[in-house]
Write a protein that binds this ligand. Structure first.
Ligand code: PLP
Length: 364
């Protein structure tokens, strides 16, 4: 079983094989992988002009197999589910967990059930789960309610829960921190990351601490978590009953990993801040237009946060900052139409095209 899904000999082997020494697997653990990880860490010099005096890197997690960082945790959660003889997996999701669970469950040959807030999932994510054979169950409620239901149901129906309350999810996701340190040859001074259910900030902090303890990085980053203003329980210090934001991946009022997130911010000397939907959409646009990196709205939170701090004179100079861009822009095409106009058809003539070209080049 251990050679299941074994990668070709000279390729990147996926996060379990690459970071095996740091993960709770044995030679007997069946490997369920889509060769996730090894995502680009891009230097953002054009974006950096809006962030004077600092060096900015973008960890492009949208380039994982299903288009978000969730794959890092799902490879481990699904491998362990198979090892433990699971008969099916279950999760609640704002979309990306569902997409990842569906794909990795297919790979594992396990049935997959995903419970989503009705109307609360971006279309790209919903179709991924549907296309990959998961049974999608929309519920008339929020993500927080969906999570409550699956936490209660998983043991009752003998299903394996693959939300980030499954400890293997966090273990897998910490590999993002390893990759950033490996690419930079050091830890960044600041790790800027969107925070929804708060599993990922918990995971990254664990990864940085473990690498530091092993002497693989000399220092630890400050962890700066960014939430949407309408869904900012960790900024406010209490749960939010009706979270609202354009960034559906972080539309969460009761983060499951609350304690882990608070510890990461406190122990690193970091903290939490909120950014408005307008700031999120502006940062999303800037990333796409200035750097060619197209992300979903939630992923723009760390960039929106750094821009806000720069505007307000609260960005320390001379630092290296890494922003975790959690999910791909194609996940949520509808959000683009909030800032961009659909192009209108013109006559099929060079003259009509020329008018457009002139108009665009005149304003540059
Ligand atoms: C899941 C997700 C988040 C939030 O991560 P948490 O671990 O829930 O804090 C942010 N952005 C995207 C794209 C996600 O899929």
């Amino acid at each position: 079983m251990a050679t299941r899904d074994a990668p070709p000999p000279r390729a990147w082997r996926g996060v379990i094989e690459e970071f095996r020494a740091y993960l709770p697997v044995t030679p007997r653990t069946p490997l369920v992988t889509l060769l996730e990880g090894a995502t680009p860490l891009l230097r953002a010099s054009r974006l950096g002009r809006h962030l004077p005096g600092i060096e900015v890197y973008l960890k492009c997690e949208g380039q994982n197999p299903t288009g978000s960082f969730k794959d890092r945790g799902m490879t481990l959660a699904m491998s362990k589910a198979l090892e433990e003889g699971s008969r099916a997996v279950l999760c609640a999701s704002t979309g990306n967990t569902a997409a990842a669970a569906a794909a990795y469950a297919s790979r594992a040959g396990l049935p997959c059930f995903v419970v989503v807030p009705a109307g609360g999932v971006a279309v790209g994510k919903l179709v991924q789960a549907m296309a990959q054979g998961a049974r999608v169950v929309p519920v008339e409620g929020s993500f927080d309610e969906a999570l409550r239901i699956v936490r209660e149901s998983a043991p009752r129906f003998r299903l394996t829960l693959v939300n980030s309350v499954n400890p293997y999810r966090i273990e897998g996701q910490k590999t993002g921190a390893f990759e950033i340190c490996d690419a930079l040859g050091r830890a960044p001074d600041v790790l800027a990351i969107p925070v929804g259910n708060a599993g990922n900030i918990t995971a990254y902090w664990r990864g940085f601490v473990q690498y530091h303890r092993d002497g693989r990085s000399a220092a630890l980053p400050k962890m700066w978590g960014f939430q949407a203003a309408g869904a900012a329980p960790l900024v406010l210090g209490h749960p939010v009953e009706r979270p609202e934001t354009v960034a559906s991946a972080i539309r969460i009022g009761r983060p499951a990993s609350w304690d882990g997130a608070v510890a990461a911010a406190r122990d690193s000397g970091g903290g939490f801040e909120a950014v408005t939907d307008e700031e999120l959409l502006a940062a999303r646009r800037l990333l796409a237009v200035e750097e060619g990196v197209f992300v979903e709205p939630s992923s723009a939170a760390p960039v929106a946060g750094l821009l806000k701090r720069a505007r307000e004179g609260r960005l320390p100079g001379g630092i290296v900052a890494a922003c975790v861009l959690t999910g791909h822009g194609l996940k949520d095409p509808e959000s683009v139409l909030r800032t961009e106009r659909r192009p209108e058809a013109v006559p099929a003539t060079p003259e009509a095209l020329e008018r457009v070209v002139d108009e665009v080049l005149a304003v540059r």
